[in-house]
Write a protein that binds this ligand. Structure first.
Ligand code: 13P
Length: 341
């Protein structure tokens, strides 16, 4: 009985995260990733600068109109605004569900140069309990898969999908919706067809592992990469090719029981990411069994960060840019990105 109640809470949170035309804001950069992005723009790499930036993001006016959930990082879920309100509280007041990144990063996979495996399973049960108490209702774990000559290896794919499935099972046990993120990286010169093959194989293996580990598909979300040619591929793909390849691949591999799929942006520009999402909705309207939405970090945040530059005077303009890109992706879900509607 208690398990049934827990499962129905997971299902309703998962559905709420992908409802309507909303999507997620990933703002879960680790301290080192956040510092790296600050360094590129000459922003001081301090706890206070990171806190101010996260405050800017969560206090963006009307953000809740297009954002259903925000993924936080361990440092951020404990932080407060200058006035002393916890960032979690600010999100809840805006109608945004707080979530938390729980993996401890991708580390070199022993014996397989150029490949990584995501760590963080040890002690995860206890960390999840704490995050639930801090207000998180969902979690995220990212695995990275590199494509290249002889890559990815079976060893890399197996290690990563196994970890993702064990993470997902632990989340559901704790009462948190797992967002399962297998990212096929855009780095390299591989073709769109090669990306399709790798993504199809990884997702096939992933859902087999989720089944083996007893994960309830109705109470999870998938966060995949789009199917794209590598950054250095000489043959660029058209928007429609990306939309067709991505949704075809997902239709083949993602069971209809999964309530939603929320893409990462993976280094695409904000315009590209929104155009691709829009085209998927235009070309596959009513042909998809799951909700299809966004869970972007860079494709929503980067323009805002470049405007902010660490200066208080730029906060309102940066928030305007954040709202703009969040609402563009909401428009893409309605097939209205770029139509001026
Ligand atoms: P990007 O949208 O910048 O790829 O980030 C999404 C994310 O959550 C990475 O884990």
């Amino acid at each position: 009985m208690a398990d049934q109640v827990k499962t129905s809470a997971l299902i309703s949170t998962a559905r709420a995260l992908v409802a309507g035309d909303k999507g997620l804001l990933a703002m879960d950069e680790s301290t080192s990733t956040c510092n790296q992005r600050f360094a590129e723009l000459g922003i001081p790499q301090t706890v206070e600068a990171r806190r101010s930036y996260r405050e800017l993001l969560v206090t963006t006016p009307r953000l809740g109109e297009c954002i259903s959930g925000a993924i936080l990082y361990d440092e951020t879920i404990r932080q407060r605004t200058r006035e002393g309100t916890s960032l979690v509280e600010v999100l809840l007041r805006a109608g945004i569900i707080p979530g938390i990144k729980v993996d401890l990063g991708a580390k070199e996979l022993a014996g397989f140069p150029g490949e990584k495996v995501t760590e963080g399973l040890d002690g995860l049960r206890e960390r999840l309990t704490e995050y639930l108490q801090l207000g998180a209702r969902f979690a995220k774990w990212r695995a990275v898969i590199a494509t290249g000559e002889g890559l990815p290896t079976q060893a890399c794919m197996e290690a990563n999908v196994h970890a993702l499935a064990r993470y997902a099972a632990l989340c559901q046990e704790a009462g948190l919706v797992p967002i399962v993120e297998p990212e096929v990286l855009m780095d390299g010169s591989h073709t769109l067809e090669r990306c399709f093959g790798v993504t199809e194989e990884v997702l096939g293996m992933l859902f087999a592992q989720l089944y083996t580990q007893g994960v309830a598909l109705e109470g999870m979300l998938l966060k995949p990469s789009m199917v794209l040619a590598g950054k250095d591929c000489p043959q660029p793909s058209s928007v429609d090719q990306v939309a067709d390849a991505t949704v075809t691949c997902l239709l083949r591999t993602v069971p209809a029981a999964v309530p939603g799929i929320a893409f990462l942006s993976g280094g695409q520009s904000p315009e590209q990411a929104s155009r691709h999402l829009n085209a998927m909705h235009i070309r596959f309207e009513r042909k998809m069994p799951w909700a299809l939405t966004f869970s972007f970090a860079r494709a929503i945040q980067q323009p805002a960060l470049e405007i902010w530059k660490g200066q208080d005077a730029n906060v309102a303009a940066a928030q305007g840019a954040l709202y703009h890109w969040a609402s563009c992706n909401s428009a893409a879900r309605r097939r209205q990105y770029g139509t001026g509607v």
